[in-house]
Design a binder for this molecule. Structure first.
Ligand code: AKG
Length: 350
């Protein structure tokens, strides 16, 4: 059975830790997926003209749109084309000793002196990135690189022309219909096969447009906050899960046993809608070559004047974030937030 068919028609929870079964005709197979302990359901793959796709986006549920032409002019991009045309700007390139690129906020590091990031950011020209990636590939070790750079006005003319040819008509309509805020950025991601961005959530709406290669995206809804144990808000890894998916530490994070994901594999031309506050773990397929993605991050809609109860899970996450932030400010030291919260609830709210 083709993966597309499975994804469209089989929302059942799989027992083998992946939503995919059988042979796939879309250019990848299951051996290219890393193995995890939790079950997943398939994210629907739909045409952007299908009313079910509209409904999913309206309800802030993930969906893969197969035919938006959102980044059509970029589907010809590969490393050689980008090297020739992307210009002489600086690019943020992360290096990691293993396959994982756990995000950290450099601004939050000052108050966490003992925090040692597991990946390092370097600024370099595109050609330097390509040399570094090739050398890393030749060495064949565990070390990896990942370019993650917001598209800016240093890019060359041909890239600008490609960018202007994106389907702005479609995406502007998506934004307007849902009263989302402004487009904040387009992040260009160029990864090596097997690279992993560990599970985290963003406070923005995201249309994630795949350009080259395949990426597996595992999403978790905001109501799984208690299974995913995000770092504290003041920690550099704010919004990132503390759970190591490769070796879950169940003694520390017991609710991870209950986590259930939604997953898909996106290929060139696919656009995955990642709703704001939804957790996402993203991996470039093993032995699948380099991957290129451009995302479109939008501010969410303003808070409605009338709040409906019961609150939704993402609204509760926002409340928890605000409480942590307020306590950090009031106490003058982020390290005092945890002890105060513990003192406040221990023996009282359990
Ligand atoms: O593609 C990736 O590796 C990560 C992208 C991501 O986290 C995002 O677009 O929010």
């Amino acid at each position: 059975m083709a993966a597309a068919t499975v994804a469209e028609s089989d929302p059942a929870v799989s027992d083998g830790g992946t939503a995919f079964t059988g042979v796939h005709s879309r250019g990848w197979d299951e051996s290219q997926l890393r193995k995890y302990s939790f079950p997943t359901k398939a994210i629907p793959r739909l045409s952007h003209t299908d009313p079910r796709a509209e409904e999913l986006i309206n309800n802030e549920q993930p969906v893969v749109l197969t035919d938006t032409n959102l980044v059509y002019p970029a589907l010809k991009w590969d490393i050689a084309y980008l090297q020739e045309n992307i210009g002489n700007g600086d690019f943020s390139v992360y290096t990691s000793e293993n396959h994982k690129f756990l995000y950290y906020d450099e601004k939050k590091m000052a108050k966490f002196e003992n925090f040692v990031p597991k990946s390092q950011r370097m600024e370099m020209k595109f050609s330097e990135f390509v040399d570094k990636m090739r050398k890393t590939q030749e060495m064949g070790g565990e070390e990896r690189v990942y370019l993650q750079q917001t598209l800016n006005d240093t890019v060359g003319k041909k890239i600008v022309v490609d960018f202007l040819g994106f389907n702005w008509n479609w995406i502007n309509k998506q934004q307007a219909k849902r009263n989302w805020g402004q487009l904040t950025s387009n992040l260009l991601l160029i990864g090596m096969e097997g690279n992993v961005t560990p599970a985290h959530y963003d406070e923005q709406q995201n249309f994630f447009a795949q350009i080259k290669g395949h990426k597996r995206c595992i999403l978790f809804p905001p109501d799984q906050f208690e299974c995913l144990y995000p770092y504290p808000v003041h920690h550099p890894c704010d919004r990132q899960s503390q759970v190591n998916f490769d070796h879950p530490q169940y003694d520390k994070f017991p609710n991870f046993k209950d986590v259930v994901g939604y997953e898909t594999v996106v290929g060139p031309g696919d656009v995955l809608y990642i709703p704001m506050y939804w957790w996402h773990h993203i991996e470039s397929l093993l032995n699948g070559g380099e991957t290129i993605t451009v995302n479109f991050w939008y501010k969410g809609a303003p808070t409605p004047k009338r709040i409906d109860y019961p609150l939704q899970a993402h609204q509760k996450v926002a409340i928890m974030r605000n409480i942590e932030k307020m306590l950090g400010e009031a106490l003058g030291d982020p390290h005092e937030v945890g002890p105060l919260l513990k003192a406040m609830i221990t023996g009282r709210y359990e």
